[in-house]
Design a protein around this ligand. Structure first.
Ligand code: C2E
Ligand code: MG
Ligand code: MG
Ligand code: MG
Length: 292
């Protein structure tokens, strides 16, 4: 199957189809059914401050509870709908489900910031701020500042001015913005400069080998000082071990997320996790060896 231009890609499914294209089409229909039948669920992965032990929020990650195939990760269905209007419907569902969950937690005494991932198509449609505003109005108990949008650099590709404008409008609603998978795009520095994000999420590919790879460490240090210069916070993704945490704390990166802290989990497991989590005791005592 040829690589198709993003825009209008789904029109091709109406044409004569080869088998792979047809199976895409079937998946699309199945995903439509899944949305109607409420087969999607959000799992939540904590974000913490490794030094203070504070849980600073959770990231909502969509899964498909497939009746035959079990719990499916986003890689099993997001690529199929990425450029299809269905991505907008799923995106709407995610926003609503996250706000609903925040209200639930809040009614049990847990006020927890939640970030949601916003897809390229959802981001490029100018109505995102309006839709967000509408959704927030339906959940008046939620302070908009408790909601954050995670934007992939690759989603902003092409029409940066337009994306900046849309994000600015979201920010005016009080919603937070963070740059996801930071460093993996072609113009990370431009995005840092042009997009109104309060937080930068350093991609896990830079964290994975940082203990043995001086170049990854140099990139991390560079991101830390750039972010400081721009007044942005930095969080490290993919913190899988205590040693990763040690290294990050030494360079002044206190915020982290990763399997070494917690895996994504069902919503009902979050309250107990939040009240029980303790950072590694020696994290508190680690000294910073380089200044951001
Ligand atoms: P992401 O937003 O960068 O999320 C991080 C991904 O890395 C998640 O995979 C998470 O489970 C995984 N992860 C977290 N900690 C670790 C770690 O220590 N090691 C490793 N190896 N992996 C870790 P997941 O849930 O499969 O999501 C993959 C991607 O799918 C996300 O990347 C995000 O771009 C997208 N996605 C997830 N949920 C949504 C959604 O509701 N809407 C949209 N548009 N995209 C979503
Ligand atoms: Mg994310
Ligand atoms: Mg990421
Ligand atoms: Mg990612």
């Amino acid at each position: 199957q040829a690589k198709l231009a993003g825009k209008g890609r789904y029109h091709l499914f109406d044409a004569e189809e080869d088998r792979s294209v047809r199976s895409h089409h079937e998946s699309l229909e199945r995903i439509q059914v899944a949305l109607r039948c409420q087969e999607f669920v959000l799992h939540y992965q904590p974000k913490v401050n490794m030094r203070t032990g504070a849980v600073i929020g959770v990231e909502a990650l969509v899964r498909w509870q497939h009746p035959q195939r079990g719990l499916l990760p986003p890689s099993a269905f997001l690529p199929v709908i990425e450029e299809h209007p269905l991505a907008l419907q799923l995106g709407e569902w995610v926003i609503g489900a996250a706000l609903f969950q925040m209200t639930e937690w809040q009614s049990h005494g847990l006020t927890l910031p939640v970030s949601i991932n916003v897809g390229a198509r959802q981001l490029r449609q100018g109505e995102l701020p309006l839709r967000l505003q509408g959704m927030l109005a339906r959940y008046p108990a939620i302070n908009p500042s408790q909601l954050e949008l995670e934007i992939l650099e690759t989603s902003a590709l092409g029409d940066l001015a337009q994306v900046a404008e849309i994000l600015e409008a979201c920010r005016k609603l009080g919603v937070g913005i963070s740059l996801d998978d930071f460093g993996t795009g072609y113009s990370s520095l431009t995005y840092l400069k042009r997009l109104p994000a309060g937080m930068v999420k350093v991609d896990q590919s830079f964290i994975r080998d940082v203990l043995d790879n001086p170049e990854d460490l140099a990139i991390l240090n560079g991101v830390m000082s750039l972010a400081a210069a721009f007044g942005r916070q930095v969080i490290a993704e993919g913190v899988e071990t205590e040693a990763h945490g040690d290294m990050l704390l030494r360079i002044g990166c206190e915020l982290a997320q990763g399997y070494g802290i917690a895996r994504p989990m069902a919503a009902d497991l979050i309250p107990a996790w939040v009240s029980n989590w303790q950072p590694s005791p020696h994290w508190r005592s680690l000294k910073r060896v380089s200044q951001p």
